[in-house]
Design a binder for this molecule. Sequence first.
Ligand code: ADP
Length: 475
Amino acid sequence: MKPEKTTKKLKLKSINSVMLAYFCIFSVLLLVLVYMVFYAIVTTTLSRHMRNRVVGVGTEAVEMLKRRPESKVLEQVFLHYREEEGIAVYMLSMDGQILVPFGIDININKSRVDEILRRTSSLTLDDDTTFRTEGYVNYCACVNFNDESCILFVSCSLGIISNAISSMQIYLLLVSVIALLLAFLISYTISQKLTQGLKNLSSTAVQFAHGDYNVKFYPADYKEVAQLSDTLNFVRDEVKKSHDFQREILANVTHDLKTPLTMIKAYASMVQEISGDNPEKRNQHLQVIIDEADRLTGLVNDVLSVSKVNSNLDEIHPKVFNLTEFLYGIINKFGYLQESGYSLMVDIDPDRYTRADEEKIGQVIYNLLGNAVNYTGEDKTVFISLKTSMDGNRIRLTVRDTGKGISKEELPNIWDRYYRSEQNHVRPVKGTGLGLNIVKVILQNHSFDFGVDSEKDNGSTFWVDFPSVPSDFEE
Ligand code: ADP
């Protein structure tokens, strides 16, 4: 039998692929975010920094002009800014002529000069202004140079920003590739670890489904998987218990069916061979057959109702009944054994009442009498007594046989389920090892004292103490 493939029917995705997809999406989102933050920081901070520097250079140049207005000195300073910081500084006349520095190939075109003149047309002496043109940040101040109003013009290219952005893009591309590779590796390792635990559980579950109830679901490294394995171990224990229980119930019921069937067969043969012509005896024997058939019906009903069978031994329905009469009734059913040479010796107090589950106590007495008959000695004698205790509170039932007895070592085991003694009894007995266990469970559920006194080769005496109650005992 193979497990049904829901995976194919529902087109389920594997944990591997889902984790990989999520990891990749996560990495891409993270990279996009990093890129956006970087872009914003680089463009705003760099351009602010450059603007400040351009203004700073402009102010320094104005100061210098006031202290050392000579063209040569100014030219040195302007060239220094240009070479060291890439910042161009010019002195322009009001009509757009470049006064300082002179004799240098100056990269400033006509349209830029026009733009500068336009922006500075409203400036008065010592006024300054800062503005951006395409790809440049600029500073202009109206100054006095060689007794004339001139324009000090400072400018810096923003190309450095686009350079920074494009190198950042290259780095980000590299980081993206590494991040995606890492995402793949990490997701693969985690999903392998995670699914390995699940795969182990799944293959153990298949073993379990094939009827191996001793499998163990091992916990993996993760809490949730460990919880799952705990749950599966719990389910296994419960299924095992229920399976064992069903097996035991089946064995119990089979055992219980055996005695009435033997009785029916024995009494039917007696009617056929002995009492057929004697109406009184025949009716007696037929009554036993009817009673036993009723018992069988009861058992079959129990089997049909599984829930009842499951709680069969635990459910006690006590009522007050005449134990003496009840015991005689059962002993009479064993009467047919006389024909085979058995004698049942009785010493029973009259009209003793007790409170118990009559049907289940019947099962106890049947099992004890059945065992005594099966295991008694060559004399085929069984002694049954029902005696009230001195204080009158208890009625003790004893069933004694003269068989080989039970050794001290075996005594504690005979009440165990499926226990069967290895020793040879007087007669070979085909038993199931369930009878005394059923006796034990029923009497324990009633909280009645019971036990056995036996010595090897000296017979066995099984006893049960019933509570003694008056016949008119109120329930
Ligand atoms: P079964 O009789 O079906 O084997 P029981 O649970 O009734 O199962 O008994 C368990 C074992 O106890 C028996 O196999 C037998 O060895 C021992 N036993 C029970 N009753 C007696 C008895 N009266 N005398 C000697 N041994 C007994």
